[in-house]
Design a protein around this ligand. Structure first.
Ligand code: ATP
Length: 514
């Protein structure tokens, strides 16, 4: 645990030190669970957005984009069920006065059991060496089976109690498992209550005429209410999807995990409208497609897993999370939900307007079913950033801090250095910057020894460093250094652009999805 905490602290401080993420309004001591993206963070976020948008909208001729407003008519949230049911179960510890999400307390308890399973696996892998068969071990080892059974039973009971709104049983479960407040160790808990996560605000100038509004807690509803407008104007035929990226707001009960759980965050969602009865097939397809998107970034297959939901949200007939191995363990990164016709039917009912599709093949009208993929942009940022931050031992006995962000997403693609600040080298380096900047984000750096400049760019996540030396003036060549391997090559200045392009080109990264 201590190592996990240290690793996570290192991630947070690196994000600040290298201009990725700052606490919001820091000069006023910050605002809890609200963050600002700085010069490098804004670029990384923009690149992740682009990587998602291209994979969804550009590469699928049956998916189009949308940019709906954050404010929506308040009836939207009545219809969607958020006013009545967008709650989290809250519990307070009477001694420490700390507030928790009751389901998260139980899930963290289960995560500890899962850690024990991982430890057993690691031990056995060491013992059996090359002949180790992880699948077989998980299926047959007595201790592992007991752990799995225990974890499964707990999650099932939690799921059932939450589904039945049996909050007394959630408290009973916490007591039976003897879960203690992580801050104080006290087991003195209040009852569990529901807490609505939506932020309210007002629209209109005068108190009498002002209208109560909510800040949207998800982007999906903007897509549902525009379903027919988009379908008609784009002349899309089912199956087709609408994709959107935008801010969402939730008054989260506990927000202690940096940008993993924020009160203002950004979602990348896609609603795929289908014929009723085909939802199982599309649900499986989108699960597979989304996992391929993740794997194309090369963060390591072992760092992802699916988690099928025991407890289904009020709108879903099947749901799974793609979980990622964050510094604090496996947690939800993306959700894939089969939402049936719940949302469109509800909006139809509350608005009195038909939200149906005329299927020319079937010659009939129906309310389409929906499979959605929903990923938090900030969580994706954290997944990439935390996975990329490495401390590497070097052959000369020193270590280097390197941020191995997938080159396609790196904020700056190349840094150009003159070896010394004289003899015409700065001018040539600047010329190279001026040429490359039309294609990539590049920067010029002439401060400190070259070795230090390399380290700075390693920690910044820049995939290439280009050094101009005296030989460059004679034969128009430079050295290009690769961040991940630290390998250096002497190449013609005329070839630099193609070398960078080859590694950062979005097309070749996305092609790995096939
Ligand atoms: P959790 O169980 O972690 O609260 P959720 O199941 O409520 O998440 P969804 O409503 O399915 O999340 O939202 C889709 C995605 O939006 C999540 O997979 C996550 O990546 C992101 N997300 C949700 N809440 C937050 C938040 N408070 N801060 C950052 N990202 C979030």
């Amino acid at each position: 645990m201590a190592k996990q905490e240290d690793d996570f602290k290192r991630v947070i401080s690196h994000a600040k030190e290298y201009g990725y993420v700052f606490q919001s309004s820091e000069i006023y001591d910050g605002l809890s669970a609200v963050y600002d993206y700085a010069q490098n963070g804004a670029e990384l976020k923009k690149n992740i957005r682009e990587y998602w948008w291209r994979a969804m909208v550009q590469l699928n001729d049956n998916i189009v984009g949308l940019d709906a407003a954050i404010f929506m008519h308040p009836t939207t949230w009545k219809a969607s069920g958020h006013v009545d049911a967008f709650n989290d179960p809250l519990i307070d510890n009477k001694d420490s006065k700390k507030r928790y999400r009751a389901d998260v307390l139980v899930e963290d308890y289960v995560a500890k059991i899962e850690n024990k399973i991982e430890k057993e696996v690691a031990k056995a892998a060491k013992r059996f060496g090359d002949s180790f068969d992880k699948k077989q071990f998980l299926a047959t080892n007595q201790r592992v089976l007991e752990y799995q059974e225990k974890a499964g039973t707990i999650l099932k009971r939690l799921g059932k109690s939450l589904e039945n709104e049996d909050l007394a049983d959630v408290k009973k479960l916490i007591e039976e498992l003897e879960i203690a407040c992580p801050m104080s160790g006290s087991k003195n808990w209040t009852d569990v209550k529901q807490f609505n996560l939506m932020f309210g605000t007002k629209l209109g100038a005068s108190a009498e005429s002002a209208m109560d509004l909510y800040l949207r807690p998800e982007t999906a509803q903007g897509i549902f209410v525009n379903f027919l407008n988009v379908q008609k104007t784009s002349r899309m035929k089912i199956p087709f999807g609408i994709a959107q990226i935008g801010k969402a707001f939730r008054n989260e009960i506990v927000a202690r995990q940096f940008i993993f759980r924020m009160r203002e965050f950004e979602q990348m969602e896609m609603q795929f409208f289908i014929k009723p009865g085909t939802q199982k097939e599309w649900y499986e397809k989108w699960k597979e497609n989304r996992m391929k998107w993740h794997l194309s970034l090369g963060l390591g297959e072992d760092n992802y897993r699916f988690h099928d939901h025991e407890k289904l949200a009020h709108y879903a007939d099947a749901a799974a999370d793609i979980e990622f191995r964050f510094p604090f363990g496996f947690k939800e990164l993306e959700g894939i939900h089969s939402r049936t016709d719940f949302d469109l039917s509800k909006h139809q009912e509350f608005s009195g307007k038909k939200l149906q599709y005329f299927d020319t093949e079937e010659n009939k009208n129906y309310v389409p079913y929906v499979v959605e993929t929903s990923i938090g942009l900030d969580r994706m940022f954290l997944a990439i950033f935390s996975n990329s931050l490495k401390e590497e031992a070097l052959e000369n006995g020193t270590t280097r801090t390197v941020l191995k962000i997938p080159a396609v997403l790196a904020p700056t693609k190349a840094a150009v250095f003159p070896l010394v600040k004289k003899d015409g080298l700065p001018e040539l380096a600047q010329e190279i910057v001026d040429d490359l900047k039309w294609d990539f984000n590049v920067l010029y750096d002439q401060k400190d020894a070259v070795g230090r400049r390399y380290r700075r760019q390693d920690a910044n996540g820049t995939p290439f460093c280009i050094t101009v030396d005296h030989q460059s003036l004679e034969d128009k060549t430079v050295t290009i250094r690769h961040r991940d391997t630290m390998e250096q090559q002497r190449v013609a200045i005329a070839d630099v652009k193609a070398i960078i392009h080859n590694e950062v080109d979005m097309k070749s990264w996305l092609a790995k999805m096939n």
